[in-house]
Design a protein around this ligand. Structure first.
Ligand code: GRF
Length: 200
């Protein structure tokens, strides 16, 4: 199955996916890495792994639909069956989500529906929760909202620093995301409304 990963930044989740494929833990063809940021370190990681990359500059498009039309062209050309958002800092339109309904997944560094948005780890930490975690979910029209595929909880220890928490969260992400992609590519996810059943 051909998959595409969309990134805007560092790309540690992309790296975890690349590594899982290399190790044979994930049987997917990572056919395309897309970024909306030419400086994203994720692009370097992809090039190093000899994966096709494309930088699509949002500033070059008058409206979002034109940007997404270009995006769609690339996805069609590579026959992409799964879009993996990994630190992609752009909200996709409802039209785009509808076109790829149940074929886009995202990872969020908190236990949804808590602490949505781009600072999930810090927001949970500042709030003083004792348990946080990681969520992988399908993408729907609302931000950080679609049906949940996998979640893993993590206790926040007494006196733990934000930096230490971030490191632990990322470590969980790097295991959970390849696992969720594996389940998808093996056809083991059955969606029923908000519920995602994992088939054995
Ligand atoms: C991750 O924490 C992910 O949960 C969030 O954005 C971050 C991306 O990190 N959506 P990286 O670019 O994969 O290192």
């Amino acid at each position: 199955m051909n998959i595409a990963v969309f990134c805007s930044g560092n790309g540690t989740n992309l790296q975890a996916i690349i590594n899982a494929i290399k190790k044979g833990k994930l049987a997917a063809d990572l056919a395309l890495v897309v970024s909306d940021n030419s400086q994203a370190y994720a692009l370097k990681r992809a090039r190093r792994a000899k994966i096709k990359t494309v930088f699509i500059d949002p500033a070059q498009f008058r409206v979002k639909s034109d940007f997404e039309a270009k995006l769609t062209e690339y996805l069609m050309a590579e026959r992409i069956s799964l879009i993996v958002l990994a630190g992609f800092m752009r909200i996709l339109s409802s039209e785009f989500v509808m076109k790829f309904r149940n074929k886009i997944i995202n990872i969020h560094p908190a236990l949804l529906p808590s602490f949505k948005g781009s600072h999930g780890i810090k927001d949970a930490f500042d709030y003083g929760v004792k348990v946080t975690g990681v969520t992988v979910h399908f993408v729907d029209e609302k931000m950080d909202h679609g049906p949940i595929i996998l979640q893993q909880a993590l206790k926040i220890e007494e006196g733990q620093t934000l930096e230490a928490l971030e490191a632990k969260i990322h470590k969980i992400e790097h295991k959970l995301y390849p696992e969720a992609i594996r389940l998808f590519t093996e056809g083991k996810l059955e969606i029923n409304g908000r519920k995602v059943k994992i088939l054995s």
